[in-house]
Design a protein around this ligand. Structure first.
Ligand code: UD1
Length: 460
């Protein structure tokens, strides 16, 4: 196979995205828990480009931070896609390879599609532009690809500048192009904005290349991966596509999803083999689940790592810093935050474990709370291996329960408990023999007495 040319990527992201009706720049809206532009950058990174430049408008510092280490080029006025690419000129000084132009709001592009464009640029005809075209159900707003009988591309005509005849063309411009870096910036510098929108169109580059005797070619892509996200409803459609892919990956990786459509993954969720996931489970960012874990319905996880054989839920909540050990049990309505539940430990019902360690094999009874916050600072609770915490205990941090210790139900523990000791903090239980029966008899007598009294007559 011939050597592919060196690649640089220019990602356009200076548009405000007003249709999103958001203060957040369009490309920062998340898909599967990360900004859409990062999805695109992750795909681009697999091409190992020698340079990646993201074109943003001034004031989009959050985008600049999110795309690092990609370089940033600023476009102070949005004068069109051609003008936007021109802003990358300095960053691409002396670059003579293929310049891949992408849109930050078109994040579903597949690696194979980009590789095909780059390969097509390396054809013996040395095309100046390889344009990714597609045939949408409704071509209305897209630029039309005007091709020659041999299939090469003569020009791109924007819908607003097209003749009625050109508007009948079903093959349109996706916006994605692989361009010859040797002449690109020369051609861009020569662009005029004498068109319907008064913009400098990147789409005028192929015709300008033709005028210099170069050819351009077209590759056809699939509409689904070319979804340009410029409204919340398209964002939701894109999310559905991404989720479908993530669910499929989990299934292919050996997990059972009882009702796949109800499970929501983040882009970085890692699920092991023979994991059972019941319906309605949410994985926020940074969650890893090892093999043989059972996740019962309605559980919510974020920033949590779960070792093999553990059982979670139903209705479990794991928050950042939750580390669940091998074969541990986290039951219903249990919340763990910054807490390590060691191997075989059980926290089965209605419990909050925050800033704590639960030692191996320990059992934490229903309704237990680690009181980790006193209104000023967070403190740590340490529960030793094999300890048994009775139901409804409050462990007031900082506090340490020694290995094998037992805490009586209902205790409020504010001092360290030695290993193997029983700690119990509870008011003395008193029995008053016959008291309840006497009370009942007294109440019954009062009621009978009241019934025997003459009733007041109406109007008296
Ligand atoms: C563009 C193409 C059109 C194609 C369509 C596909 C041009 C002139 N037209 O249309 O042929 O069918 O995409 O969606 O290229 N941007 C900047 N700076 C600017 C202008 C745009 O960064 O000055 C960015 C936007 O943020 C966006 C991308 O470029 O990510 C495309 O801009 P958009 O306005 O959506 O393109 P269209 O003119 O609709």
């Amino acid at each position: 196979m011939s050597q592919l040319p060196e690649v640089a990527a220019v990602i356009l992201a200076a548009g405000k995205g007003t249709r999103m009706k958001s203060r957040l720049p369009k490309v920062m809206h998340p898909l599967a828990g990360r900004p859409m532009v990062q999805h695109l950058l992750a795909t681009v990174a697999q091409l190992k480009p020698s340079r990646t430049i993201v074109v943003v408008a001034p004031g989009m510092e959050d985008v600049a931070a999110a795309v690092a280490p990609a370089e940033i080029a600023f476009q102070s006025e949005q004068l069109g896609t051609g003008h936007a690419v021109l802003m990358a000129k300095d960053a691409l000084k002396d670059f003579t390879g293929t310049v891949l132009v992408l849109y930050g709001d078109t994040p579903l592009l597949r690696l194979e599609t980009l590789q095909a464009l780059i390969a097509a640029r390396a054809a013996p005809s040395n095309p100046a532009a390889v344009v990714l075209g597609f045939r949408p159900a409704d071509p209305a707003r897209y630029g039309r690809l005007v091709t020659a009988p041999d299939g090469s591309l003569d020009a791109i005509v924007e819908a607003k500048d097209a003749t009625p005849e050109q508007l009948k063309i079903s093959l349109v411009n996706s916006g994605v192009m692989a361009l010859d870096g040797v002449i690109l910036f020369d051609l861009l510098a020569g662009l005029r904005n004498n068109n319907a929108q008064g913009e400098y169109y990147l789409t005028d580059v192929p015709a300008a290349a033709r005028a210099r005797g170069r050819v351009n070619t077209v590759r056809e892509g699939d509409e689904a991966e070319l979804l340009g996200i410029d409204s919340r409803s398209i964002l939701a459609r894109a999310e559905a596509i991404v989720q479908k892919g993530l669910r499929q990956a989990a299934l292919d990786g050996g997990a059972t999803l009882v009702d796949p459509d109800t499970v929501w993954f983040s882009h970085d969720t890692k699920i092991g083999k023979d994991v059972l996931i019941e319906p309605n489970v949410f994985f926020g960012p940074d969650v890893t689940i090892a093999d043989n874990v059972v996740i019962r319905a309605f559980s919510h996880f974020q920033g949590a790592h779960v070792a093999s054989g553990a059982t979670l839920g139903p209705f479990a909540r794991l928050r950042p810093g939750a580390e669940i050990g091998t074969d541990a049990h986290i039951g219903n309505f249990v919340e763990v935050k910054n807490g390590r539940i060691e191997a075989g430990a059980k926290v089965n019902h209605l419990t909050y474990i925050g800033d704590a360690r639960v030692g191996a094999g320990a059992n934490v009874g229903a309704g237990t709370i680690t009181a980790n916050y006193d209104g000023f600072r967070k403190s740590h609770t340490d529960i030793g291996a094999g300890a048994n915490i009775g139901s409804n205990a409050v462990l007031v941090a900082p506090v340490k329960i020694g290995d094998g210790a037992i805490v009586g139900a209902g205790s409020v523990i504010a001092r360290d408990v030695p290993a193997d000791a029983l700690a119990i903090v509870r008011a003395e239980q008193v029995h008053k023999d016959g008291w309840a029966a006497a009370k009942r008899a007294k109440e019954k007598a009062l009621k009978a007495d009241a019934a025997a009294r003459p009733k007041p007559t109406k109007g008296s």
